[in-house]
Design a protein around this ligand. Structure first.
Ligand SMILES: [Ca+2]
Length: 476
């Protein structure tokens, strides 16, 4: 940090402590704890924000925030679909350790009760905790947000819903219905806007103490729905609906940042911004220049837009190239909060603070692992190996071939074997998935991997296409 930053931080600390003394509502120690905000976007493409180089989608508020912080170029989520990716973030641990390996498929899918959520941990550290938007981590009693460490919740428990009020979904007991804590509530207008408003109100109610916000809009997941006003702004745009949905998303983020700014809280707020998995094949997203998309083990599935900012604590306007995981959010938040961790709680993530403050160099991780049912992958430094059951593995050197087209597995068998060993050793620490996604999706996912491994066009991306594919096979 420069001297100027140090002086500014010291001045702010004095200001904050001064305010705390005068209002006498919080202790000095609590007053200096940063607020923590995780903005978790749903299914956004790697290339679909201005700060990632996007030209045709407009995200000025998000870009301004990114510019004030550090953009990570090699950051990965721990799963390529929504539910398990969120389970990893929520626990700071590989979700396969507790069987949350696949997307939830029914009522008995949830995060094991023995796992301590990031919200519970921060609550213990004196934070007020609020979750907004999509949950997708269990909709049964005992596993809902208010029962997993959140003081306040406004959102829906399912994996997706309409962006507008909907008479089929906004029904008591439907996991797609909006609930405030445990009560079903109605809403007006466009859901992304309301999620912004709700976070602003939460900040207003809790501004006198440190708070944790998990803001997880369903934007830009399907269904592709935007307001007439936002669509009109992008008339004739080749990705009109996504552009309008992204514009609304940016507006909501702007509202939250605006509130923090007005209240004088932005400088002392640690912000994480990321997508829960790569852009999907069905939401007009772009993962360029990466290969693959949501649901597969190529970079387009799990390398995500990711930035961190924290006022003057972290010098902004920089990029960070070390290998980083979404599992690091938990440990970083705990570190920033000065929170104690119990010894038996073994996190897979590490604190990014020393890297953000230039106290440590290099990568937070030398290895990262992925597995969902029959598909797995491993990173060892710049090498990446993808292993799919009943197929020979493929291996790429990402420092030379980010697009994963040049398979080195047969040419470098010793390195490939070393990587497979690392993967198998990691798997010894896991349990079997507690549920899978069923044979139709298993078949589709397997076929997508086979096609991408062979550098050919993907034949089948969804159940209707699989049905047609099978019919054509039978006619031959
Ligand atoms: Ca998702």
């Amino acid at each position: 940090m420069t001297d100027l930053y140090r002086l500014t931080a010291a001045f702010l600390a004095i200001l904050i402590v001064g305010t705390a003394c005068s209002t006498n509502k919080v202790t000095d120690k609590e007053a200096t704890k940063p607020n923590i905000v995780v903005v978790l976007i749903d299914d956004a493409g790697y290339a679909d924000f201005g700060f990632m180089g996007c030209q045709d989608l407009k995200t000025p508020n998000i870009d301004r925030l990114a510019a004030s912080g550090v953009v990570f170029t090699d950051a990965h989520v721990s799963a390529t679909v929504c539910g398990p990716s969120r389970a990893g973030i929520m626990t700071g641990r590989y979700q396969q350790r507790f069987g949350f390996e696949c997307n939830p498929t029914g009522d008995s899918c949830f995060i094991d009760s023995n796992e301590l959520s990031i919200a519970s941990a921060l609550k213990e550290a004196g934070y007020k905790t609020g979750a907004f938007g999509k949950w997708h981590l269990g909709d049964q009693p005992g596993y809902r947000p208010n029962e997993r460490g959140f003081d306040y919740y406004w959102g829906f428990l399912a994996g997706g819903r309409s962006y507008f009020p909907n008479e089929n979904q906004d029904v008591e007991g439907d996991p797609r219905a909006i609930t405030e804590n445990f009560q079903q509530v109605s809403f007006d207008g466009y859901l992304t806007d309301r999620l912004g408003d709700q976070a602003v109100e939460f900040i207003d109610r809790n501004k006198e103490q440190p708070f944790f916000i998990y803001w997880a809009p369903n934007a830009v997941h399907t269904p592709m729905e935007a307001t007439e006003e936002d669509l009109a702004l992008f008339e004739g745009h080749p990705r009109q609906t996504l552009a309008a949905m992204t514009w609304a998303l940016d507006r909501a983020v702007g509202k939250i940042v605006g509130k923090l700014t007005t209240e004088g809280l932005l400088e002392n707020t640690l912000f994480f911004f990321l997508s829960d998995n790569g852009g999907a094949h069905n939401n007009q997203s772009s993962n360029k220049p990466l290969k693959g998309f949501k649901g597969n083990k190529f970079e387009g599935g799990h390398r995500v837009p990711f930035f961190v900012c924290w006022g003057a604590e972290v010098e902004g306007g920089r990029t960070f190239e070390g290998l980083t995981s979404s599992l690091d959010i938990y440990a970083t938040a705990m570190d920033a909060a000065g929170a104690e961790r119990s010894e038996e709680q073994s996190l897979d993530g590490v604190s990014l603070i020393p890297y953000l403050k230039d106290e440590k160099q290099g990568s937070p991780h030398g290895k990262l692992f992925w597995r969902k049912d029959e598909m797995a992958a491993v990173r060892l430094d710049s090498m990446k190996l993808i292993r799919v059951k009943r197929l020979p593995p493929v291996m790429y050197n990402l420092s030379e071939n980010l697009g994963e087209t040049n398979d080195l597995a047969s040419g470098l068998p010793e390195i490939a074997a070393q990587m497979e060993n690392a993967l198998e050793n990691w798997e010894k620490e896991l349990m079997e998935p507690l549920w899978t996604e069923g044979t139709t999706w298993d078949t589709i996912t397997w076929m997508i991997h086979q096609d991408l491994m062979l550098n050919r066009a993907v034949r089948v991306k969804e159940p209707a296409q699989l049905k047609r594919f099978k019919q054509e096979l039978n006619h031959e």
